[in-house]
Design a protein around this ligand. Structure first.
Ligand code: SAM
Length: 406
């Protein structure tokens, strides 16, 4: 791809991670065959400043009946979504006939609270495995990819528009945002809002959080690029709030053009991004030089520990860890296994790097000398939960915002 997926502007490439596997493509141990690989590289649009992947992975390869990510796995995220739901119940969903639609509702982590409050809701979730869990939890879900045709069908079937269309960690996964916005246009009440939250480009750059870059994350939003995108499709960005979750996100509130007065947060963040030249090629090239240094530091540390005869295991076979392991060339000779609580990852091999995934019980039996924390965005929660690892003399290796042992 050489032109912007949204506006057709010229794409300047600035970061190449080489060939990478599907981040959730865990393999059976006896798997012999071709894994799916694609070129993971980033570009920035010279016209609308959207940072995006240079190559698109077909959606059915990522979001299907084997999708392993379960939103409810983190207590921090459970609290975050409970608070999010309560906020919407107090603001956008106060009328008795309120209707809310969530795109990528996963296991129903947010919609559960709306269902408990008796609010009409619908989750749109293409990954059957997680949609089924939501359904078993009493959530209304349709197992489909959200796009214009899905939205039209929902609008017709429900016989009423939605006051709220919400999506967390989902819109940045969807290259075809033109169809998403046309769908939102078909579904949203005139005074309704489209709210989505996704990793923030400024946090990724500031923390050298390059593990946010993998097949599923197609866009890396900034307030500048989201504002331009909303405008392009007849909407307006009216609020932009920074969130601490997942290593730093922004929640964008979008309304139909002219329907709501933009909050001062939009102008403030637009100005900040302009001053720091967030989407300039110089800034993004400097980010990628930091990525290369982070990779070299991590590999050097792991090789040194191996030379000293230390035992290192990985903690959290996250989608994010696929880029780190494969880009840094970390295999089982440096990290003997990765411990993970997700049953359908256990007993398998990590994509591309082929490190065995073992259950949590393997982590403490016996504790390793070092644990490479792949789920760094949940570091506080995990380090507190695994207090006995440190008491036993264990040390954590983190690579965001820089490589360090804690
Ligand atoms: N919202 C949850 C959260 O924040 O924890 C789940 C986020 S998960 C990273 C992304 C979700 O988006 C997956 O459950 C995936 O199946 C879903 N998804 C991908 N493409 C979609 C689309 N076109 N419409 C709706 N959901 C989609």
């Amino acid at each position: 791809m050489t032109s912007c997926r949204i506006c057709g502007g010229r794409l300047h490439e600035f970061g190449d991670f080489g060939t990478q596997p599907l981040s959730s493509g865990f393999l059976e141990p006896d798997y012999i065959g071709d894994e799916y690989f694609f070129r993971l590289a980033l570009g920035v649009c010279a016209s609308c400043s959207m940072v995006q992947l240079m190559e698109e992975v077909p959606r059915h390869l990522m979001f299907n009946g084997h999708y392993p990510y379960l939103s409810s796995g983190s207590s921090v995220m459970r609290k975050h979504f409970e608070q999010t739901a309560q906020h919407f119940l107090r603001t956008e969903l106060t009328s008795p006939d309120a209707f809310a639609v969530e795109l990528g509702c996963n296991d129903g982590i947010m919609l559960r609270a709306l269902a408990d409050a008796g609010v009409r809701h619908l989750g749109v979730e293409p990954s059957e495995s997680v949609a089924d869990i939501a359904r078993r939890n009493g959530i209304r879900v349709t197992t489909e990819f959200f796009q214009e045709s899905t939205a039209t069908e929902i609008r017709e079937a429900e016989g009423r528009p939605a006051q709220l269309v919400y999506a967390a960690n989902t819109i940045c996964h969807i290259p075809y945002v033109d169809s998403i916005f046309r769908g939102v246009d078909a579904l949203l009440a005139d005074d309704g809002v489209f709210v989505f939250e996704d990793p923030y480009l400024a946090d990724i750059v500031d923390k050298t959080a390059y593990d946010q870059i993998y097949d599923e994350h197609f866009y890396f939003f900034s307030v500048t690029s989201v504002s331009a995108m909303a405008q392009r499709f007849g909407f307006e960005l009216v609020k932009a709030e920074r969130l601490p979750v997942h290593g730093g996100e922004v929640r964008y509130t979008i309304a139909r053009q002219g329907r709501r007065t933009p909050d001062s947060s939009v102008a403030a963040l637009l100005a900040e991004e302009k001053v720091r030249r967030l989407a300039d090629l110089d800034t993004l090239n400097a980010f990628f030089r930091n990525v290369e240094k982070s990779r070299d530091d991590l590999v050097e540390l792991l090789r040194q520990l191996k030379a000293e005869g230390r035992r290192v295991v990985g903690y959290g076979a996250t989608a994010k860890s696929a880029t780190v392991a494969n880009y840094c060339g970390i295999g089982r000779e440096l990290v003997s296994f990765v411990s993970d609580t997700t049953p359908n990852k256990q007993g398998r091999l990590t994509p591309g790097s082929h490190i065995p995934v073992r259950p949590r019980s393997a982590f403490e039996n016996p504790y390793p000398d070092y644990a490479l924390l792949f789920a760094w965005n949940h570091a506080e929660e995990i380090i507190a939960k695994e207090i006995r690892f440190r008491e036993a003399g264990g040390k954590w290796i983190l690579y965001v915002p820089h490589v360090q042992v804690v």
